[in-house]
Write a protein that binds this ligand. Sequence first.
Ligand SMILES: NC(=O)c1ccc[n+]([C@@H]2O[C@H](COP(=O)([O-])OP(=O)(O)OC[C@H]3O[C@@H](n4cnc5c(N)ncnc54)[C@H](O)[C@@H]3O)[C@@H](O)[C@H]2O)c1
Ligand SMILES: O=c1ccn([C@@H]2O[C@H](COP(=O)(O)OP(=O)(O)O[C@H]3O[C@H](CO)[C@@H](O)[C@H](O)[C@H]3O)[C@@H](O)[C@H]2O)c(=O)[nH]1
Length: 352
Amino acid sequence: MASIRHVLPTRENCRRDVRVKNILVVGGAGYIGSHTCLDLHDKGYRPVVYDNLSNGHREFVQWGPFEEGDIRDTDRLEAVLARHSPDVIVHFAASIEVGESTRDPIGFYENNVAGTISLLGAARKAGIDRLVFSSTCATYGEPQSVPMSEEHRQVPVNPYGRSKLMIEEMLKDAGRYLGMRSVVLRYFNAAGADPEGRIGEWHEPETHAVPIAIEAALGQRDGFFINGRDYDTPDGTCVRDFVHVMDLADAHSRAVRHLIEGGESLSLNLGTGQGTTVRQLVDTVRRMSGREFPVETRGRRDGDAAALVADNSRAKEALGWSPRFGLEEIVASALEWHRSRLGGEANAMPPA
Ligand SMILES: NC(=O)c1ccc[n+]([C@@H]2O[C@H](COP(=O)([O-])OP(=O)(O)OC[C@H]3O[C@@H](n4cnc5c(N)ncnc54)[C@H](O)[C@@H]3O)[C@@H](O)[C@H]2O)c1
Ligand SMILES: O=c1ccn([C@@H]2O[C@H](COP(=O)(O)OP(=O)(O)O[C@H]3O[C@H](CO)[C@@H](O)[C@H](O)[C@H]3O)[C@@H](O)[C@H]2O)c(=O)[nH]1
């Protein structure tokens, strides 16, 4: 298989057709936001990060200026917008953990919905009417059919998904009545890391399947617990559509360009269209890391859908986007990132 580095766009081949513009990346010190800054920079944009560092990392801000602030602080946002005059806002900032949303629903609506109202107000005042928004396949709720197209009904089953759907509805009204154009990107399961190992997935606490399996392989956890093996799927474990974070980043840069070029508002799924069971994921991590680790089964996790796989044809058509990487590249890049973070600790471990 070709090295991941060989298919990444270079600064040179993308600069030719994109003028340098400021892009405000809200939540850009986080996982997907920082990879998007890397991609925007490589394509000739200047990403300005606005983040309160509640879940992000200062050291992930490497490709443009950093403005520390909270999206609920409208005055601070207005000052930053006035200073940088961005052409487009890319909005990642949110509380993201589904389980936490059931324990603290009001906190989720406060950060995600009230925070976005504050951001939209500041953007309107600054005359910025182009926005790319991080949504999620969790807005669909229980799948009626797989793969899921954008026409699938949206009936989220947890406060996290509902908060994202509320924002999608607000953006529709901002488009209808205020002329704001937006690209809503509904990600499936983001995973993987910058192939050069500069940034990667780093959530605290970590709840996502890929980094947890890798931490188990690197001896940072006792093992991996599969949440339920009694689903109606090929091996009884949940099916997910893992999409490489660099492919997501590429889609954001394309969405930015679409808006700058006058394109209409869009809602798009971002996934590969390929389903992977949790068991297959764990086996791939074992094989690629060369390390066995204990795998046990526990009960189902509340709110988990059996299978979530994207129909990505609309994103392909509207943005000319296509996922370039599969599960092996996801696991390889994530392994590299985790190993580089652990340094000698990972290398010192005896093979299992
Ligand atoms: N990770 C996934 O698989 C996935 C899937 C679907 C959708 N999403 C969405 O993508 C976006 C990014 O997810 P991520 O995995 O990179 O999460 P992340 O937590 O790594 O990034 C979110 C960033 O937003 C910042 N932030 C949060 N609240 C803020 C506030 N009030 N003001 C300023 N900054 C704030 C955090 O500090 C963090 O840096 C989120 O909106 C999430 O809902 C993620
Ligand atoms: O230790 C673990 C962790 C996860 N899983 C399972 O692995 C699958 C994937 O889980 P996870 O990586 O936590 O992702 P999701 O719960 O599918 O949620 C992610 O993907 C959603 C879109 O599918 C986004 O909306 C969310 O923000 C994002 O966290 C699920 O079946 C989990 O139950 C395990 O079995 N064991």
